[in-house]
Design a binder for this molecule. Sequence first.
Ligand code: RIB
Ligand code: CA
Length: 309
Amino acid sequence: MRVILDCDPGHDDAIAIILAASKISPLEIVGITTVSGNVSVEKNTLNALKICDVVGLTDVPVAQGMPRPMYREVKSAEAIHGETGLDGPDLPENPHTKQIDQHAVDFIIEQLTHTTEPITLVPTGPLTNIGMALVKEPAIKKNIKEIVLMGGGTYGNWTPAAEFNIYVDPEAAKTVFNSGVPIKMFGLNVTHTVLATDETVNDLKQIDNPVAAFVSELLAFFIQSYKDHFDFPGGAVHDACTVAHLIDPSIFTFEHVHVDVETKGDLTYGMTIIDRLGVGENEPNVHFASGLDHEKFWSLFRNAIASYS
Ligand code: RIB
Ligand code: CA
């Protein structure tokens, strides 16, 4: 399965990349594209390059994308991910892996235009790159197998109604959800139950490889951040849910529902409107993740990281 990881690394984006690049993964990473989100697109790109160094992804194109949302001002989450966007691990400032010159939106369009088989898009940050690609070249839809995204949910974490990835660029999100492309959505209702804890970190310390050490340092920071900001017992590895599903489709369960995005409400701007009872007039357009086998998820997580040994 060919995938493009569109991300804003970000601790949990990093976990998603690490799972995708692991030896237990059947995924062919066509490219990694970055977008303004957790921190600036420049910092997110630098973080993506550093992650590629850690996992040995030296032959995967990394393309920098949109520096701001389609219409709104930039919003970022240094409070959660730190000033670098990947606080915790001590990494060399200048990664060996270099980004390509092509803009991420043009990279996505080019890959989808010339691919010999449909590509799965895996956005784990704001949907600005995906939305812009769909607007610039709608013909790419026929070669998108599905969009497997982390975003939205039945409640918010940036406002009471809106989750960060959607809240940053609701107009891009609305473009994606109304595109007609098959979508799988991993929202806060499931991702907030996938918590890395101090026990997770202690378990990783039993694995003797550099990636396990890197993830331990990532999670130590991320767990403390979630304890401080949300009084959670651990850090929600939101974005890892997307790739874990692609590696093992039996982990998550889904409801086929209609989802749209609010772009006007004073209190609800950025909210994903999820019609779980089918009371609206619109046909279902999203497979909405509503449950998971936690034991299977964490077994895959551990096996993926151990596979770097
Ligand atoms: O709300 C969680 C999402 O926002 C995750 O993708 C995290 O990385 C941030 O981008
Ligand atoms: Ca993210």
